[in-house]
Design a protein around this ligand. Structure first.
Ligand SMILES: Nc1nc2c(ncn2[C@@H]2O[C@H](COP(=O)(O)OP(=O)(O)O)[C@@H](O)[C@H]2O)c(=O)[nH]1
Ligand SMILES: [Mg+2]
Length: 323
C-alpha cells in the first residue's frame, strides 16, 4: 500500500474542518488536474514515452514548475522500470506517492510561525499591491484572537487610498488594537504602534506595508528603515517577514519572490487565492524554485479561509478524486 493510501485512512477520522477548506479551495486545480490525468489513463493502454510527454505537460500546466516536474518524471520512470509497471491505471497510485515525496523529502523548511514566549511577536507583511496582504492580516488577526491572544494591527501602507481604513475595519471585526494614520511616514506610524504594543502588552503585532516593487531601491530603503525601527523597540524583531504571493499570477509570483528575497530577509510565504486558480501546483514550485517555506495558504475570501500550510491536506485536496 502506498503512502497516500495510508494517510487517506487517517484523514477520514481526523482534521475534518481544515480538510473541507482545502478540498473546496483546491477544487479548480483538482478538477482540471485529475480529469487530465484520467484522460491520459483512457487514452493510453500502456505506459510509453508519449504517455510521459503528455503527463509532463499536464504537470507543467498546473504550474508545478519545470525543474520539479523533471525530477518527478525521472523518479517515476525509474519506478516504472524497477517495478515493471505497464498499466497507466496502476501508475496513478505511484504518481500520488511521488507527488507527496516532492515535498516531504529533503530539507526540512519549517512552516511554523516563530511565536515569542515573552513580549510581542512581530510579523511584517510584504508583497506587491493586490496580492492580499491586508486581507491576510485580517485573517491572521482573527486566528490569533480566537486563540485568546491580544492582537494589534499597524497600517504601514499609509499612501494608498483606502488602505488605512481597510485595515482599521479588519481591526474592528477581529477585536484588535489599531494604529494607523493616512499619509504619514510608515516608519513613524510603526514607531507609535510598537510603543503602544509594549505598553498594552500585546501578544501579536501584524504590520501592513506598501508594495511598490516598481521601485526596488525605494522599497528596499523603506523596508530597511522599518526594520531598524522595529529592531530598536524589540531586539530580534521582526520575528517573521512574510511575503504574500497571489497564486493566480503563476510564474510571475515566483519572480516576485526572487526579487523580494534580494530586497529583504523573507522568512516565509503566504500563498493567497489558491481557490481562484487551476494552477495550484505552484505550491510545489515555490518550494523547489524559491526555497522558502509556504507558511499559510489563502483558500477563499472569508475570514476562516486562511490555513496553515499542511502538505498532507494539500495533496489530499489536490488529488482526492483520483482514488
Ligand atoms: N478568492 C480569494 N480572494 C482573496 C484571497 N486573499 C485575498 N483576496 C482578495 O484579493 C483582493 C486584494 O486583497 P488586499 O488584501 O486588499 O490586497 P493588498 O493590496 O495586498 O493589501 C481582495 O478583493 C481580497 O478579498 C484568497 O485567498 N482568495
Ligand atoms: Mg493592502
Amino acid at each position: 500500500m502506498g503512502l497516500f493510501s495510508k494517510f487517506k485512512e487517517v484523514f477520514k477520522k481526523e482534521k475534518k474542518e481544515d480538510l473541507e477548506v482545502y478540498e473546496k479551495g483546491l477544487e479548480k486545480t483538482r478538477k482540471e488536474f485529475v480529469s487530465e490525468i484520467n484522460v491520459l489513463g483512457h487514452k493510453f493502454h500502456k505506459v510509453t514515452d508519449e504517455y510521459f510527454e503528455e503527463l509532463e505537460s499536464v504537470l507543467i500546466k498546473a504550474d508545478i514548475g519545470i525543474k520539479t516536474v523533471e525530477d518527478f518524471l525521472e523518479r517515476l520512470k525509474k519506478r516504472v522500470k524497477d517495478e515493471n509497471i505497464t498499466d497507466p491505471e496502476f501508475l496513478r497510485e505511484v504518481i500520488i506517492d511521488e507527488l507527496f515525496m516532492i515535498y516531504v523529502e529533503g530539507d526540512t523548511l519549517t512552516d511554523k510561525i516563530n511565536i515569542q514566549e515573552e513580549g510581542p511577536t512581530v510579523i511584517l507583511m510584504v508583497g506587491v499591491n493586490g496580492v492580499g496582504k491586508t486581507t491576510t492580516i485580517g485573517k491572521l488577526a482573527n486566528k490569533y484572537h480566537k486563540e485568546g491572544k491580544t492582537v494589534m494591527l499597524i497600517a504601514g501602507d499609509t499612501f494608498r487610498a483606502g488602505a488605512v481604513p481597510q485595515l482599521e475595519e479588519w481591526a474592528n471585526r477581529t477585536d484588535s488594537l489599531f494604529v494607523g494614520k493616512e499619509n504619514a511616514d510608515p516608519a513613524s506610524v510603526i514607531y507609535d504602534g510598537l510603543q503602544k504594543a509594549l505598553e498594552e502588552k500585546v501578544d501579536i503585532v501584524l504590520i501592513d506595508t506598501a508594495g511598490r516593487l516598481q521601485n526596488k531601491v525605494n522599497l528596499m530603503n523603506e523596508l530597511e528603515k522599518i526594520n531598524k525601527v522595529i529592531g530598536k523597540f524589540i531586539p530580534n524583531a521582526p520575528h517573521e517577514t512574510l511575503l504574500i504571493i497571489d497564486a493566480t499570477t503563476g510564474q510571475n509570483g515566483i519572480s516576485q519572490a526572487e526579487s523580494f528575497k534580494e530586497i529583504t530577509n523573507i522568512t516565509g510565504i503566504v500563498l493567497t487565492k489558491l481557490d481562484g486558480t487551476a494552477k495550484g501546483g505552484i505550491v510545489l514550485a515555490i518550494k523547489e524554485e524559491v526555497n522558502l517555506p509556504v507558511k499559510f495558504i489563502g483558500l477563499g475570501e472569508k475570514v476562516d479561509d486562511l490555513k496553515s500550510f499542511d502538505i498532507e491536506e494539500y495533496i489530499y485536496g489536490l488529488l482526492k478524486d483520483m482514488m
